[in-house]
Structure formats: structure tokens, C-alpha cells
Design a protein around this ligand. Structure first.
Ligand code: HEC
Length: 146
């Protein structure tokens, strides 16, 4: 009986550790396969989607209502970025990084219902923005979750 209890406890600890912060966030995206070359068609779709659905709160070049999104692919995993786009309400409640961002910005990022294809395209747009950044330029954008 005591052994069973121990096994139960151990599996609980293991599951919590896995769920805690693998850096992928919480949402439908478990794994994104990235190509070394950036898909420019996807970048264009991402750019227009960003303009219509995100730019009221975000700028690439500076902080606005939401964090500045330059260098975001250098501070977050691709899966995390897509889950933040697709599932922001749960992310700010359960993901430690998103939670920390919200406690600093005091605004709830909205779910813009962009769908997985457009979220993936926005990720490609971010990758394109970040592809030629120097270490100094990356460091110049603060990680507001810290
Ligand atoms: C209503 C304003 C608002 C809209 C619209 C919005 N966001 Fe956000 N976003 C925020 C805020 C505020 C945060 C910080 C977390 C929080 O407080 O909810 C955030 C956080 C983020 C982050 C994490 C940034 C970091 O430094 O880790 C990403 C990525 C992001 N948003 C992308 C997007 C994209 C892409 C869209 C469009 C599909 C979008 N957001 C639409 C306000 C918004």
C-alpha cells in the first residue's frame, strides 16, 4: 500500500514536471518543424495577418500595448509563439512566462481567431524579421517576462 502511494506520488511529480514549463506553452501546437530557409510566401501572409490582427497592440520596432516583437523568435520557442497566438487566455493563466508578461503589462492579449495556418505564417514573418539580427540587437529588446 505504501509502495503504491509512493508510485502514485512519483508519477504525479513526473507529470507536473513535464507540464510545468517545457517552454512550448499550452495549446494545440506541440511541435513545429522549421525549415532552414525561410518561406517568403508564408512571410507575406504572416505580414498581412499581423497588420490586420495584431498591429493594434504590437509593433515590431518598439513596445506598445503588448511587448515589442522584434527578436521574439530568439527568446521563445516556435511552439510557444504559436500557442500564444492561438490560445492567449489559457496561456496567461497557466504558462509561467505568459503569466509573468501579463503581470507586468496588465492587459490581456486577445484571441484574434487567426487559425493555425495564419499563426504559422506569422511565425515565419517573425523569423524573417529576426534572421539577420546581431547578438547586440537581440539583447537590446528586453524580455518583459523577467
Ligand atoms: C489587445 C491587444 C493585443 C492583441 C490584439 C494581440 N496581442 Fe499579443 N500580446 C498582448 C499583451 C498585453 C501581451 C503580454 C501578455 C498579456 O498581458 O496578455 C502579448 C504578448 C504577445 C507575445 C509574447 C511576447 C513576448 O515577449 O514573449 C506574442 C508573440 C504576441 N503577443 C503575438 C501576438 C500576435 C501575433 C497577435 C495577432 C494575432 C497578437 N499578439 C495580438 C496584447 C495583444
Amino acid at each position: 500500500m505504501r509502495f503504491m502511494y509512493f508510485v502514485f506520488l512519483l508519477s504525479f511529480v513526473f507529470v507536473s514536471a513535464v507540464n510545468a514549463d517545457s517552454g512550448s506553452g499550452i495549446g494545440p501546437v506541440k511541435f513545429v518543424k522549421l525549415d532552414a530557409t525561410i518561406n517568403q510566401k508564408m512571410v507575406e501572409l504572416g505580414k498581412t495577418t499581423f497588420k490586420t490582427k495584431c498591429s493594434q497592440c504590437h509593433k515590431i520596432e518598439k513596445r506598445y500595448t503588448g511587448p515589442q516583437l522584434l527578436a521574439v523568435t530568439k527568446r521563445r520557442k516556435p511552439e510557444w509563439i504559436m500557442n500564444m497566438i492561438l490560445n492567449p487566455l489559457e496561456m496567461t493563466k497557466q504558462d509561467p512566462t505568459a503569466k509573468a508578461l501579463q503581470s507586468k503589462l496588465l492587459v490581456q492579449m486577445a484571441n484574434q481567431n487567426v487559425g493555425e495556418i495564419n499563426a504559422r505564417a506569422i511565425l515565419e514573418f517573425f523569423r524573417n524579421n529576426d534572421k539577420a539580427l546581431t547578438e547586440k540587437e537581440i539583447q537590446a529588446v528586453p524580455d518583459l517576462s523577467k
